[in-house]
Design a protein. Structure first.
Length: 84
């Protein structure tokens, strides 16, 4: 983001299984203008997600960690639209 404000980075530790629904919920809760999320990295117990608005400007990143794990159907570079 040239000339813009620095994107926010938020780290969360949750007590539930991380799936598509959990990513949507946390992205909408933490970034009010969020339109879509992109999984940047995925591991067994965490995902790092880029959050973008309607103009495709990056609002920030959201790292979600859980001891319960991450849904196997999620993959890196997956786009998740936050509103159906």
């Amino acid at each position: 983001m040239l000339g813009g404000a620095a994107a926010a980075a938020i780290t969360l530790t949750v007590s539930y299984f991380i799936d598509k629904r959990a990513i949507k919920k946390e992205a909408q809760r933490k970034f009010k203008e969020a339109f879509r999320a992109e999984i940047l990295e995925k591991s067994k117990h965490a995902v790092n997600v880029g959050i973008f608005d309607h103009n495709d400007d990056k609002l920030g990143e959201l790292e979600i960690t859980s001891e319960k794990g991450v849904d196997q159907s999620l993959y890196e570079h997956q786009i998740i639209y936050l509103y159906d």
